[in-house]
Write a protein that binds this ligand. Sequence first.
Ligand SMILES: [Mg+2]
Length: 389
Amino acid sequence: MKIIRIDCHVLLIPNYDARACSSAQDDLVVEVHTDEGLTGIGETDTNPWVARECIRARGTHCMGLGLEEMLIGCDPLDPEAAWQRLYSGSKMTGRRGAVICALGALDMALWDLWGKATGKPIYQLLGASGRPVVPYASLLPAGDTVAEQRASLVEKCQRVQAMGFRAAKLEVCINGPYSHNGLQADDAEGVEMVAACRRAVGDDFTLMVDVAYAWPSAEHALQVLEQLAPYNLFFVETPIDIDDLAGHAYLHEHSPIPIAAGEWQNTHWEFLDLADRGKVDVLQPDVGRVGGFTEARRVCRIAEERNRLVVPHCWKSAIGIAASAHVAASTTVCPYIEFLPAALSESALRRELVEQEFEIVDGVLKLPEAPGLGIELNRKALAGFAADP
Ligand SMILES: [Mg+2]
């Protein structure tokens, strides 16, 4: 079997809001076609126009080649060999950043193809019997003021608790560079948001908090983490700049709450730094951004060997959720996956891009059992959300 064509779909919801911190408003979806009529699907979470060019752009020498030109003609049934070829042949331009995000979408599609060719779901190809996958509901508040966002988070917590979720994460993005809807509020208001949500769900519900790189230093972060300690949080995500590895290590030593990070990391080498120098407790690879299943699997091994947890990041469509679920089912160290409940998502891409919606029973996600990723694209949505029709 040979790869004969790659289609890159840049997608955008019509009413996107540039002030929002949600990256679910756009998408790059790739379809990798073979000479035997099989097609693999992949997705990545970065600027989709940039990622598309990383795939399409030509090259002129052996370490500066384009991903598409390297992949055409390859055997799709050995994704790890293809990954190595693409990584090596693009090293001068790539190694990290958008090229790895684009490579991740292609790798995802190759694993999907491998599954379709062999009749197996990807978690089986990853060597797993299929462990239970528990999604946590990731909650982005509506509103332009602290009071509106607090009320929205409380309401969404209660809704997902009633829907049977066992855990939820609060996007408390009220200051710093990644703030939601332009808010710049005091840390005390964030602590009050968390307290209100804890009161709303009671003590027997797992809560996490994402502050999206809000705090300027580890010392500053520690002061707020100590104020958050009474609310029994499973982790606090991305408290400080991701490149401050010494700061992460300091927080590992001193924080009363475990620290999670890694959503932006490209390749398992960046996770080695985060785990060994940053001593991060909970590693959060995004399957597309980290470089696909080939790299996500290596991150799971890093966590297994060091007694850390993996809780994959996922803020795109149901394609990425399916990918996270297959990864989670294949390792002993993944207690949760990030999950945007379709009913609560502001993004039509999350709600409509894939034909099937996931079934959640008693808070456990039913693994996709069809070959490959186990999902089908909604062709009408794929055409309807095309950014450059
Ligand atoms: Mg996050």
